[in-house]
Design a binder for this molecule. Structure first.
Ligand code: UD2
Ligand code: MN
Length: 397
């Protein structure tokens, strides 16, 4: 049957038709192929670009800062709970944070929050025995974004504050403090982020250096307008003590149960909680990095402020009262034998020893639910080497 058809004129026409429809189908197939290829290329380029971004964020998260060799880039084995996987996990959180930040890009359309936050309660009933249950306000925790960040939903905050908490091994304290802060700072209508800055063992604790590392990290994450360095064990008792900055550096504490609510222990006292604008912090060059162990880094800071032509201001006495959570002296924060000498030569080293010259290695940066956690490592001998002559001042007694 097919042979007969082939020889007829009709069969010729049909063959031509079949041939042209084949060509048509072939063209169609080619077009589809080209289109698919284009889509695949677009997707691949996008994935590549995203990959680069993640790698950059991962690198940032595990970055080391100033002066440490590449050899010391690995996470040391003696840091409890830290593994190299942490960096990958951290980068995931960074993506959330980026997504969150971009969803906020239209904040500038909101009206400015009122000068006086309308929902403040004034004096709060806080006791040194406060429990986790008593301090927890679920709603304030639900409002948070990754890394313990918050911005008022209906108005533009007047201040963007980074709370920086030098920290080591005070789990009960940090759990209570951050919950208390989230409740109060949201009532104060601040835009804020909380940074818990921890120092890896075995180095003696260094509160000033941790504050500087916290500022360096926070300023790389967002453009804060106010840095507040905060003890882990001090809770504000009056929410009119606004965590904003001013034209002069602020010492927020006018008294504490630690000092029997009896004012500050001496006139030049600047311990507990202090606040600086980025410009002020830069001008005084932050804290000294040389105070390993307990004591006097706050006095050094007071001298820096004074030598820079500024003064520390405080809120009204009744507003600046704090409750101190009880503790004993920490084993890895023994009284610093060099502090007596160091506070006597602040201006000689102020500009070479501070936030801009700090040397530390970033072991981890994690955007946790209630705060951003930073773990750093430092080498005391590397840090003090250049300043040895200042440590050799005769000690007390
Ligand atoms: C006073 C000051 C404090 C600081 C210190 C001397 C007050 C209210 N505070 O605190 O600002 O000048 O003297 O260095 O007077 N930390 C840890 N883990 C440690 C050690 C310290 O988390 O193992 C942190 C924590 O944030 C703590 C802060 O460092 O609140 C100060 O250390 P402290 O509480 O042991 O010293 P304290 O109470 O004498
Ligand atoms: Mn304390």
């Amino acid at each position: 049957m097919s042979l007969i058809l082939l020889n007829s004129p009709d069969s010729h026409k049909m063959m031509q038709k079949t041939e042209s429809s084949r060509t048509c189908i072939q063209n169609y197939k080619n077009m589809l192929l080209v289109l698919t290829l284009i889509v695949v290329v677009i997707i691949a380029v996008q994935m590549y670009l995203q990959g680069c971004q993640c790698m950059m964020q991962m690198y940032k998260s595990c970055d080391n800062t100033n002066g440490f060799s590449n050899k010391s880039k690995e996470i040391p084995h003696n840091v409890p709970g830290i593994s190299s996987k942490l960096c990958a996990d951290t980068s995931k959180n960074v993506e959330h944070l980026i997504a969150h930040t971009s969803s906020r890009q239209n904040r500038s359309a909101l009206p400015l929050c009122p000068e006086q936050p309308p929902h403040l309660v004034g004096k709060m009933n806080i006791k040194p025995t406060i429990t986790l249950q008593e301090v927890t306000n679920e709603e304030s925790l639900r409002n948070l974004s990754y890394g313990g960040r918050y911005a008022p939903p209906y108005c533009q905050a007047r201040e963007k504050t980074a709370i920086i908490i030098p920290y080591r091994d005070r789990k009960e304290h940090i759990d209570i403090l951050v919950r208390h802060l989230h409740t109060v700072l949201q009532r104060q209508q601040l835009e804020y982020g909380i940074y818990v800055v921890e120092m890896a063992l075995p180095t003696q604790f260094n509160r000033g250096l941790l504050a500087n590392a916290g500022v360096r990290t926070a300023r790389g994450i967002s453009s804060y307008t106010c840095y507040i360095i905060h003890d882990v064990d001090s809770l504000m008792t009056d929410d009119r003590n606004l965590y904003r900055c001013g034209s002069q550096p602020i010492h927020f504490m006018t008294g504490s149960t630690k000092y029997k609510y009896n004012g500050i222990p001496y006139p030049g006292f600047h311990g507990g909680i202090v606040g600086f604008t980025p410009e002020q912090y830069k001008t005084v060059n932050g804290f000294s990095n040389l105070y390993f162990g307990w004591g006097s880094e706050d006095d050094d800071l007071g001298i820096r402020v004074q030598k820079s032509g500024m003064i520390f201001v405080r809120p009204k006495e009744e507003i600046g009262m704090y409750v101190a959570l009880p503790h004993v002296r920490d084993v890895s924060n023994q009284e610093n034998p060099n502090s007596y000498g160091l506070v006597r030569n602040v201006s000689a080293r102020q500009m070479q020893d501070g936030v801009e010259t700090i040397r530390f290695k970033r072991f981890a940066l994690e955007y946790q639910q209630l705060y951003t956690w930073l773990l750093i490592g430092v080498k005391e001998d590397v840090i003090v080497k250049k300043f040895q002559k200042y440590l050799e001042f005769p000690t007390r007694g």
